[in-house]
Design a protein. Structure first.
Length: 261
């Protein structure tokens, strides 16, 4: 069955939400307790008329719940009960007992708001949740003892136990942390070695390239010098041959002139 929520409910939704629930839950609890309406057209129209009123009411409930939280959050309340030697109570401490305790102090907390699955039937130190609203929850410390003195002892025993647990947790985690730090150091050193090796390789490669460039330039200069020398030598040779030819031609001309004379 689909219903319209008229108030915020844990695990269901907030005011105005249309949610699907089991038929029995709707008929036997939500609708009779005026926490929801059947989600038909008529009720949807009706909800729109009372929407603002419901939202204001919900806001006030939240504010009141927060005021209560300020008064009881992390507070310790003590219940003195008779018990056997093994700590079993002659009776119990129920949500109703806790609700009555707060009523005497002018604090309104319904038994249904006290998250206690079953009544407490032994001495001890307990932490329970008080759910004052779907969105407002606080922690309550409950000390059930046979006397005020025993209540103080139980509280101190709990404090000591928490300290021991914390100390053991630190001791347990310490070797693991040291191991992780050592692993990080090794990784860092390996990284440095790799970088150093790569840098050396790069330097050697760069050195080889520079050497090859110098050798190539030197060979090029030698080739150019050799070519220039050869060209000059060839030029001189050509010039000598031309001179000899010119002398020969001149001699021939002079001989011709003498003959003519």
């Amino acid at each position: 069955m689909e219903v319209i929520l008229l108030e915020s409910l844990d695990k269901l939704g907030t005011v105005g939400d249309v949610v699907k629930v089991k038929n029995g839950f709707a008929r036997n609890f939500l609708i009779p307790q005026k926490k929801a309406l059947r989600a038909n057209k008529e009720n949807k129209d009706y909800y729109q008329k009372i929407k603002n009123e419901l939202l204001e009411k919900n806001k006030k409930i939240i504010n009141d719940a927060n005021d209560i939280v300020k008064k009881i959050s992390d507070k310790e309340i003590i219940f003195i009960r008779n018990a056997s030697d093994n700590g079993q109570l002659y009776g119990s401490v129920s949500p109703k007992d806790i609700s009555n305790y707060f009523s005497e102090k002018k604090i309104d907390i319904k038994p249904s708001c006290i998250n206690l699955h079953s009544a407490i039937k032994k001495v001890g130190f307990f932490e329970i949740n008080i759910k004052l609203h779907a969105d407002v929850v606080c922690l309550l410390k409950l000390n059930v003892a046979t006397s005020e003195e025993n209540a103080k002892k139980q509280k101190q025993d709990l404090i000591n136990k928490k300290k021991d647990d914390l100390s053991q947790s630190k001791d347990k985690n310490s070797p693991e942390k040291e191991k992780k730090v050592e692993e990080l150091k090794n990784v860092s050193l390996k990284s440095k070695d790799i970088n150093s090796t790569e840098n050396k390789k790069n330097a050697e490669t760069e050195k080889k390239i520079t050497k090859n460039i110098k050798n190539n330039n030197l060979n090029t200069d030698k080739d150019i010098t050799k070519q220039t020398v050869e060209e000059k030598s060839g030029s001189k040779k050509v010039t000598s041959e031309d001179a000899d030819k010119e002398n020969l031609d001149n001699g021939s001309t002079e001989a011709t002139k003498k003959t003519e004379t």
